[in-house]
Design a protein around this ligand. Sequence first.
Ligand code: ZN
Length: 602
Amino acid sequence: MTRSLTLLTALGLCLTTARAQTTLDYSLSFSHYMHHEAVVDLTVHQAPAGPLTFRMSRSSPGRYATHEFGKNVYDISAKDASGNPLQIRQVDGDVYELPQHGSTVTVEYTLFGDRTDGTYVGIDRTHAHLNMPGTILWLAGQDKAPIKITFQAPEGLHWAVATQLVPTADPFVFTAPGLQYLMDCPTELSDFRMANFEETNTDGKKLTFRVSLHADISDDTWKTLVDNVRKVVEEEKKVFGEYASYDYGTYTFILDANAWASGDGMEHRNSTCITLPMGKVTGDDMPRILDVVAHEFFHSWNVKRIRPKAIEPFNFTKSDMCDELWVAEGFTQYYGNLLLTRAGFKTKEEEVSLLGNYLNAFLQSPGSRFFTPIESSRRAVFTDAGVSIDKNNFANTFLSYYVYGANIACILDLHLRKDYNKTLDDFMKALWIHYGKVARWYDVQDLETTLAGLTTADYARAFFANYVYGIHHDDWQPYFAAIGVQVSNDQQGKAGWGNVTYATDDSGHVAIGRGCVRGTALYAAGLDAGDAILSLDGTPVRSAHDISTFLSTAAIGKTVQVGFSNRGISGTLPVTLEERQEYEAKIAAGFEAQQQAWLGAQ
Ligand SMILES: [Zn+2]
């Protein structure tokens, strides 16, 4: 038994070493760019034996819902090395099977794409803007196969290639060490501007940052933009103490600004794809651009390397859920704005006002009053650009993990500053050292352990019980006060029934629009979105103005008889008015040193 096993093992090893490695050779051409089409060829060399399964992705890293990229693939065919056709059959919406083949196989398909953003594909007369999961049909089971990718730019359009794919001597030919790397390399082909700057990392190694921009922009504004991107990059390094070690020594900002782009920013390990719906780029657009730049570049540490366990490796065949987006996105949201303030692009008044807006949502949204940030993170698989035609109840179940997490980041930062003489920068640095830098992926427990290392186990346990596993977040007031941020209710003393909008229904009546959610007086009384408000205490309501006039003179605590109708049912319900709430934050004087340490240049 032992002997024959050994023999089999030896034989197996022998067979393994004898088998040549499969390699994948992609070629993309764009002669039908005006119809938003590309033709993609995938040649498999040394194809493995047995039926081959090719598939399009259903999800894309950094965008957490499913996207069904297979819908834009058609005219698929296969041939052998001599050009003889092979049978390829569609076995699922996004899956194709090739039952019989030799060692070399080419699969060809047409790809349609007309959306310029971080998730999809946009091909037109001005560019080919490619997010790889939306572009590439891949061979299942060959994630580690080396890849070559050739772009055939149309004649006369002066397109070049901006990408973090690995360059070769030919400016249109690139390589990738495997599928995961290829998928993480958004690629722009256009007549773009490109500028480089070099930074020396803490370990002495030189890093090259490249900024590409496909847009209409003056030379002066372009120069200012690149200078500003550099300032943001240098400010962000101070949080972690060093840049990440980019896989090929370069990091590329791929920017697209044009009137038909969809606003988006998508993080990648060694690049970011930023799309901005704007015409000619002017100095006035700088805050909008830097806002996205600051957020996405922070992701080169937080989420691309300080990475939740549950989304690594990324599964392209389904949505990828994790519990930690309140850190991966929320803390990034907090830092994007904070670092623009530290770098001098925003005033501390602007920053504090924004934090007040976040806090207002945090205190009032049912998504944070009744659900934890972990639950918010999990909902990303439905909310993150997930598209469906039926209605949802997100207004009652979901506060974006961006805003939710930014609030937790801010409150934790203020806790650490007041009670431990530490800052959230120390927490991020610790996550970087223990997880991101050494490619160890983390979970929520690891976050708590890291916080305990900076504070005490008891404090970390209580903070996580209250803010992360629980929904007890009512101790923020003294911490804002301690750093000179005054939070007040702008609507103090005014009666209301929730921050509700109004619409006109099919019969011309005033109907409840958005904002009638759990926790408001209107909702508690049994009214909901779409209900027409016919009368208040017997007086007919003819306009939304009638409602605001009524509420402006009513007392807090008064019970109003509300006549309503909807879907053939009408009646009267008592609604007890409450104080309206709209929190805002302002800088208070007398805390200059603390505010400088928090919001000033570091
Ligand atoms: Zn983000």
